[in-house]
Design a protein around this ligand. Structure first.
Ligand code: CU
Length: 176
């Protein structure tokens, strides 16, 4: 029960890690999977309840109202209260023909195939950093709309997210 205090401090650190890990996983997927399995086995040995793996939840999701239906960005935070890491492998929605995951490096963005959700940590998508990119939207999302997303993970079951569309200039830290 002391762990939440730890996870609160981590976001600043974890923002950068998924970017590196994402690329590494793309290159050495087999090796990475082997590491994840080894980690899980160690936890079974000393923890007891590690069979449950990652415990994922999603918060702080929003989409700034885009200028057109051609492209929109989306942000959210995935929290893992479990002792096993997981990987976000895809995001889909009936509202968009295509959703990709991007990281931002020195102002340039790059598509990433998967993002790690660290054990007892967070995967953060936020303005200026990692983001979801929506393309081929059925129609232009407007403030007040809700976009339903399905997140898929390497280990955990899928999560459904109701992402609200906010104003074009919405700032989550001020709430407007
Ligand atoms: Cu992008």
């Amino acid at each position: 029960m002391r762990r939440p205090a730890l996870t609160v401090r981590r976001p600043a650190l974890t923002v950068r890690r998924p970017a590196l890990t994402g690329r590494r996983l793309a290159l050495t997927g087999v090796a990475a999977t082997g590491t994840a399995l080894a980690g899980a086995l160690v936890l079974v040995g000393c923890g007891g309840s590690a069979a449950s793996g990652a415990e994922l939840s999603v918060g702080a999701s929003y989409m700034p109202q885009p200028v057109s239906a051609d492209m929109a960005a989306g942000f959210l935070t995935i929290t893992n209260k479990g002792g096993t890491k997981d990987e976000l492998t895809s995001v889909t929605s009936d509202s968009a023909g295509d959703i990709t995951m991007h990281e931002t490096n020195g102002g340039a963005m790059e598509e990433v195939r998967s993002f790690e959700v660290p054990a007892h940590g967070q995967l953060v998508f936020k303005s200026g950093g990692n983001h979801l990119m929506f393309e081929k939207l059925k129609h232009r999302p407007e403030q007040g709309d809700t976009i339903t997303l399905k997140l898929k993970f390497a280990e955990s079951g899928p999560l459904t997210v109701e992402m609200p569309v906010k104003s074009a200039t919405y700032n989550p830290s001020t709430g407007h």
